[in-house]
Design a protein around this ligand. Structure first.
Ligand code: ATP
Ligand code: MG
Length: 253
């Protein structure tokens, strides 16, 4: 088992309870998708998993280590095994695709070296390899602000892969992309999952994408886990329970 979440509760400092009594098990190699209305706690869950946010109660056990209790070096090691990608890519716009990917190796490079972009030949070779995986080798020296949204997200995937993660956390990675580009980016995530064996936990909005890419689905509502199962089990009844009586499904082709 790669990840086990036991009885997780998250209350933000302002008193808002964003997650309660969450229990999830994730096996190595899974493609798990988290769905739920805006505000249901999807991003909070990903941030609790990689300890960007401290949890209030419960445990997050990653590769047999309870990460909620890890500190310093041990915590950074655990976090380096978890890559993260975001809706808005979080790239350094004025730098090349290659330099952006290389920043994914920063935990292994001293600050001084990274300021002067002194990356080793080995790191550069790996960065090219990661760009190749997402089909962008020829854009290595292009500034990322000259790239399209889909290409930027692929650079972000390559950057996350630089740290050789065993788990990739993706927070609505295609929410700001058009439908065709969304599929292309999801296809690369699928490739990373199937060919590199990286376990993926991905928050998604569109159920049509969920049906196509998810191996398993978890739905959150008001911070509670209300559904766990295969994408094809989400029928009209479940759809209304998850998204509300008045919700209508929007299809992305
Ligand atoms: N730093 C914070 N402090 C206080 N409350 C927060 C904080 N971050 C999120 N929340 C609240 O916690 C709840 C869950 O937020 P979260 O961002 O996890 O939702 P989400 O499911 O990712 O939504 P979306 O689909 O809009 O991204 C929301 O009610 C939100 O307002
Ligand atoms: Mg969110």
């Amino acid at each position: 088992m790669m990840l086990k979440i036991n009885n997780l509760k998250k209350i933000y400092p302002n008193g808002h309870q964003a997650l309660d009594n969450i229990n999830i098990e994730v096996q190595k190699g899974e493609f798990l998708v988290i769905i739920g209305l805006s505000g249901s706690g999807k991003s909070t869950l990903l941030k609790c998993i990689n300890k960007l946010h401290p949890i209030t109660k419960g445990q997050v056990v990653f590769n047999g280590q309870e990460i909620s209790s890890l500190k310093g070096e041990e915590m950074r090691n655990a976090q380096s095994k978890m890559g993260m990608i975001f809706q808005h890519f979080n790239l350094i716009d004025r730098k090349s695709a290659l330099t952006n990917v290389l920043t994914g190796a920063l935990h292994k490079t001293s600050i001084i070296k990274s300021v002067f972009e002194l990356f080793s030949a080995e790191q550069k070779e790996k960065a090219f390899e990661m760009l190749d995986i997402v089909g962008l080798k020829e854009k290595a020296f292009e500034r990322v602000d000259n790239l399209s949204g889909g290409q930027k997200q692929r650079v972000a995937i390559a950057r996350a892969l630089m740290q050789s993660p065993s788990l990739l956390l993706a927070d609505e990675p295609v929410a700001s992309l058009d439908p065709a580009t969304s599929h292309s980016v999801m296809d690369y995530l699928k490739k990373v999952n199937e060919e590199l064996g990286v376990t993926i936990i991905c928050n998604l909005h569109f159920l049509s994408l969920v049906r196509e890419y998810a191996g398993r689905v978890i739905a959150l509502k008001d911070g509670q886990l209300i559904f766990e199962g295969k994408p094809e089990q989400i029928d009209e009844d479940w759809f209304r329970k998850i998204y509300g009586e008045k919700a209508k499904e929007v299809f992305i082709k």
